[in-house]
Design a protein. Sequence first.
Length: 201
Amino acid sequence: MTWTANLGTQTFTDKQVAAQGHGPFSVSWSLKAAQGVIDRGALMALDENDVLVPYEIDAQVIGPGDGNTKAYTATLDQQIIQPGSVTVSDTVEVFSDDGSGNLIGDAAGTGTINYVTGAIAVTFHANVALAQAITATSRNIPFGVLAYEVSTTAAGEEVGVIYNHGTVKKESLLMKNTAGAFVAIDEVASRALIKAGIYPL
């Protein structure tokens, strides 16, 4: 059954997201336009404009090495980043995020990440090889779980219903991977949901 209203086109299927126990609390929230069709159960996050976008792992090349430089800066496309989720690598040295804005290299490099703006700075232990890609990954912060499938392609369909507190069915939950495809959530996403007061069962 398809219901078209100010909330958008929302398709009701047999897939269940809400779980028994402490039933989820739902709210309506604005969605970013032109994101295509988003399935129920998708984890959603707030972007820098406080509109809903899918929770995802974003991978971005922040620059090539020039063979003579250790220090690199960039601004990630993803903003409002989940603390502890950032990695940076030139395939020789890998930086991890300590959750407090510091990036720690496994070869003694150092760096910082601004979780709000996406500004990143890293200093590798050794010069990055000429033309070697430097890749950063990050995650946004889950805000809720989409209760019903929503199309964001039709004009005026900019609001969705999300569960943002309570219990949900883990097997119904989805997130975007680095390729932009919706997949089952991983344990990192599950723990982030719990921190947000949403409990996958």
